[in-house]
Design a protein around this ligand. Structure first.
Ligand SMILES: Nc1ncnc2c1ncn2[C@@H]1O[C@H](COP(=O)(O)OP(=O)(O)OP(=O)(O)O)[C@@H](O)[C@H]1O
Ligand SMILES: [Mg+2]
Length: 274
């Protein structure tokens, strides 16, 4: 054999005998960055197949919590498990094909949509080329963006980029998908479309979904349960109907914010314009 010709890397099949959605357990999770405690004693359990939304004011620790579930952060105290396994272990992430859809999409600008979708599975050599092609086409179909397969990210609208980012996560057929602000920067119609896509994903593939969002309509419409995070603590975990009825003023203020133009901050603004 000619030594200069590289033998193709073997296809590494990750054992995925059980393709059902997974359970996520967060137990007494605390996280500090230096002196700042960002998450304080969070415990929650997300059931297989559930759509679970995490809401809360800016800076309340939502993204940090999501990153722990994705295995991208080490808890200061407490644990996170996916079907009993530690998400920080690459083997766990591979086994459940855990997918995180970042707010900004994080697409490669020099690659077409098709190439963006195929890149990770091709690199990991978890599936054959023909299999990857089928998976990519199926993901494009689920998100109704087949027509964009050969476009570059710069040629897409913001809403299409979001859809491509979701499609890329679906290629690996994840049993757990995590979304950070999937509808931010989108108009209300595209936001509703993305919410519908998230809601119908579980009819197309067996999947557990965790969404971090400020989008009240999305949270109260498509979620099985909603958690409210406030100053690093869990303020409530409720079904949407119960949350709407919550007597907690913090939750009501968050769900139904009112603009009070007599508030001192508007006076300051007025003064600064004079
Ligand atoms: N790597 C880090 N190092 C230090 N502090 C961090 C780090 N990541 C997050 N924080 C801090 O943790 C707090 C919570 O951040 P997080 O990103 O979770 O907020 P969030 O609820 O997602 O807010 P937003 O709605 O604005 O996205 C913030 O005060 C942030 O500055
Ligand atoms: Mg965030």
């Amino acid at each position: 054999m000619n030594a200069s010709i590289k033998a193709p890397k073997p296809i590494v099949r990750v054992p995925r005998d059980d393709l059902s959605p997974v359970r996520v357990e967060v137990a007494s999770l605390s996280k500090s960055f230096g002196p700042q405690t960002v998450l304080a004693d969070i415990s929650l359990s997300v059931a297989p197949g559930e759509i679970f939304t995490i809401m809360g004011p800016s800076g309340s620790g939502k993204s940090v919590l999501l990153r722990h579930i994705a295995g991208l952060e080490t808890p200061t105290r407490g644990t996170v498990t996916i079907n009993g396994q530690d998400p920080q272990l690459p083997a766990t992430r591979d086994r459940f094909a855990l997918a995180l859809v970042f707010q900004a999409g994080a697409l490669f600008n020099s690659l077409t949509v098709y190439e963006n979708l195929a890149l990770y599975p091709l690199e990991r050599r978890i599936h054959s080329k023909a299999d990857i092609h089928q998976r990519v086409m199926r993901a494009l179909h689920i998100l109704s963006i087949e027509g964009a397969a050969h476009k570059l990210p710069a040629e897409l609208s913001g809403g299409m980029k979001k859809r491509v980012a979701i499609a890329r996560a679906l290629v690996m057929e994840p049993q757990l998908i995590l979304f950070d602000e999937p509808t931010s920067e989108l108009d209300p119609i595209m936001s509703a479309t993305i919410a519908e896509i998230i809601a119908t994903l579980k009819e197309q593939i067996a999947i557990t979904t965790i969404v971090v969002s400020h989008d009240r309509d999305l949270a109260l419409t498509i979620s099985d349960r909603v958690a409210i995070l406030h100053q690093g603590r869990l303020r409530a975990v409720e079904k949407p109907a119960a949350l709407r009825q919550s007597p907690d003023p913090v939750i009501q203020d968050f769900l139904n914010p009112k603009i009070d133009i007599r508030h001192p901050r508007f006076k300051q603004l007025e003064a600064s314009h004079e």
